[in-house]
Design a protein around this ligand. Structure first.
Ligand code: ADP
Length: 285
């Protein structure tokens, strides 16, 4: 990746004088390569379910006199087409998150509101696996409905500058993964804290964990630790890429700690809104 690519141009200055122009096009080359990879990946991701659907449709045609088989294959067609739809939605999310970076309107956002929304949207999946989502504010774990308490003296609300929808997507994806990659009857802890002007949102699970050699890559688009397993369960490989963009958009960072067989911890850090921010913007969303 340290290779530099130079473009050489020769310009004619006067009759017998020429000038050589060298421009460094390494960045541009890397960007083009990334875009090519992305298109290749997207095509592959779309082709797999699309191929499966046409094969399954053929099979249904062949099995038309066996109602059980028809029902079974029809179910699989539905599953594959859901996968296609899900992937398209994710691509739209990714596109949105990428294009918002740097141009987004920043508003004061209540972190509690974001976390509450993100948990709420995952509650059904958690219940289905008997996973207990616990909300932690600062130190001790608290019952989830503590997040419903009005913002006040006992539960100071953390406010950051950003886009509420975007931050909710970020946290929602983390909670979704925590549930997805954990066995039944485990705990997912979502914590919010503030220290030294930084607001931290932490999602901790007791799941399968991520091998050390994959930790650096999980935020890449389409990267999956175990492609077979992830596709089987409907993962697009885009969730964390989207999350990272959403967080960066709001001036934050995201990091991961994990140990295989023990669990994973994803930590989002965002600059807390300053008094000046709040004065300029009025009330929080
Ligand atoms: P996917 O749609 O496959 O879940 P993500 O971008 O959300 O895609 O995550 C990328 C990969 O990182 C996943 O395929 C999975 O291997 C790994 N991963 C993400 N979150 C967790 C987690 N909480 N526990 C274990 N592995 C995880």
């Amino acid at each position: 990746s340290d290779t530099r690519y130079l473009r050489v141009r020769i310009g004619h200055v006067t009759d017998d004088l020429y000038a050589i122009f060298l421009s460094d096009v390494s960045e541009q080359r890397r960007f083009e390569a990334m875009r090519r990879d992305f298109v290749t990946n997207v095509s592959h991701e779309l082709k797999t379910p699309a191929g499966a659907i046409s094969l399954l449709a053929e099979t249904i045609g062949d099995a038309s006199d066996d109602p059980d088989a028809v029902r079974y294959f029809a179910g699989r067609v539905a599953k594959e087409s859901n996968r296609l739809t899900e992937l398209v939605h994710r691509l739209i999310d990714l596109q949105k998150a990428q294009s918002m970076e740097g141009v987004m309107d920043m508003h004061p956002v209540s972190v509690m509101g974001v976390v509450r929304g993100a948990i709420g949207e995952n509650q059904v999946q958690a219940d289905a696996k008997h996973i207990d989502i616990r909300f932690t504010l600062g130190g001790e774990p608290q019952p989830l409905d503590a997040a419903d308490e009005p913002v006040g003296s006992t539960a100071p609300d953390e406010i950051v500058m950003g886009d509420a929808e975007s931050l909710k997507t970020a946290v929602k994806n983390l909670v979704e993964n925590a549930i997805h990659y954990s066995p039944e009857h485990t705990v997912v802890a979502v914590g919010v804290g503030e220290k030294d002007g930084k607001v931290t949102i932490r999602v901790v699970d007791q799941g399968i964990g991520i091998p050390a050699e994959s930790l650096g890559r999980v935020f890449e688009r389409f990267y999956r630790v175990d492609p077979a397993r992830s596709r089987e369960t409907g993962g697009s490989g885009l969730g964390l890429a989207i999350t990272k963009h959403c967080v960066q958009e709001c001036g934050g960072t995201i990091s991961v700690w994990s140990r295989e067989g023990e669990g994973s911890t994803f930590t989002i850090e965002l600059p807390a809104a300053t008094e000046d921010d709040l004065r300029d913007a009025g009330t929080a969303e």
